[in-house]
Design a binder for this molecule. Structure first.
Ligand code: AHG
Ligand code: MN
Ligand code: MN
Ligand code: MN
Length: 336
């Protein structure tokens, strides 16, 4: 079959045949995520026409003002996956604690937990700029059939079974890894099907883009500011790098994955752990980056090796083209 005509559903079935995770449960879960993504996509596309822009007047556990679309996306993913009984637990950026699906249904024998950033890039919702969803899947470590526990969620990123994101952009794409490379699927909105449009995505080793909220530079470390000066040094009388920053991790990462580049969200003198959430943002993106031949670090080690201590833990995060991340590391090492 021409690869371009292969659908997400077909690829999931094919992977199921070749992988260790062949119970069909992971396939059902990935299909469930695809379905929820289509529902969220539909709502995101209507934003502006119906009353779903703006805040709800509540703050989430992160201390951020919740947007109506944050809650809509959160509820859509949770409802879709809970009703289909394809996970045993869910943790979300928008929920204070994890959701135990087993306590609702003692017959639930599922083994996967889902961690999710339902709507990434909330600040871009009202201005029609790309937003996304990021997800991460682990096998539970406690006994199947019992209620999930916090340790089912606090696993190192290198234990992820699958991870991906959906970008609601000029077109809607789902980018997925199950540990066998990275595949990108584009939604044909007319028929509601994700088609494999970007098979075996590879991040270029080098790039010309750096993506960072440089407005915070007064609070960055010396080594990081020296690296940013290096990014701005002309090469052969031309600018070496381009600055590109959307402010949606999904959109910034996606662009750099395809074109080559580096994304940086460092710690600052104010936010000593940075801003991004280890479990919902950094780990899934790091897994995808590594699977596409890219690199990632918290400045000292792979974020995938960090043993999480709490659900909403934050870490500094740098990811992108391998040579660019290695260059950054040499600047950060010098200041140690
Ligand atoms: P979220 O909308 O899920 O809370 O995530 C926002 C994150 C991330 O998407 C983005 O890269 C970063 O916040 C932007 O932060 P700044 O506005 O501080 O640059
Ligand atoms: Mn948020
Ligand atoms: Mn986010
Ligand atoms: Mn979010």
């Amino acid at each position: 079959m021409n690869l371009k005509h292969q659908t997400l559903g077909e690829l999931i079935i094919e992977n199921q045949k070749n992988s260790n995770y062949s119970s069909g449960e992971l396939s059902k879960l990935l299909n469930g995520i695809g379905l929820a993504a289509k529902l969220v996509n539909h709502e995101v596309n209507k934003a502006g026409l119906v009353d779903i822009l703006g805040g709800v007047g509540e703050y989430n556990v992160q201390g951020e003002a919740q947007q109506k679309l944050d809650l809509m996306a959160n509820n859509t993913f949770i409802d879709t996956l809970t009703k289909r009984e394809i996970v045993c637990g869910i943790a979300s950026e928008e929920e204070e604690s994890f959701i135990n699906i087993n306590s609702l249904d003692l017959k639930n024998k599922n083994k996967y937990v889902l961690l999710i950033d339902p709507l990434d890039g909330s600040s871009n919702i009202d201005v029609n700029v790309s937003v996304g969803t990021i997800f991460s899947i682990y096998k539970r470590v406690t006994k199947i059939g019992t209620p999930v526990e916090i340790e089912d969620f606090l696993q190192e990123g290198n234990k992820q079974i699958a991870a991906g994101y959906i970008i609601y952009g000029s077109s809607t794409m789902l980018v997925l890894t199950t540990g066998q490379g990275v595949n990108g699927f584009t939604l044909n909105p007319a028929i509601g099907t994700f088609y494999l449009s970007h098979p075996n995505m590879r991040q270029p080793e080098n790039g010309e883009i750096y993506s960072i909220n440089e407005g915070n530079s007064a609070f960055f470390s010396k080594g990081l500011n020296e690296y940013l000066d290096f990014c701005k040094q002309p090469l052969d009388n031309k600018p070496a790098y381009k600055a590109r920053y959307v402010g949606s991790l999904v959109a910034d990462f996606h662009r750099n994955l395809i074109k080559g580049g580096i994304y940086l969200y460092p710690q600052t003198k104010i936010d000593l752990k940075g801003k991004l959430r280890l479990l919902y943002e950094c780990n899934p993106i790091a897994f995808l980056a590594k699977q596409a031949g890219g690199e990632e670090t918290d400045g000292k080690q792979s974020v995938l090796d960090i043993k999480p201590k709490k659900l909403h833990e934050r870490v500094p995060f740098f990811t992108g083209s391998s040579n660019m991340v290695n260059k950054l590391k040499s600047f950060l090492k010098e200041e140690e």
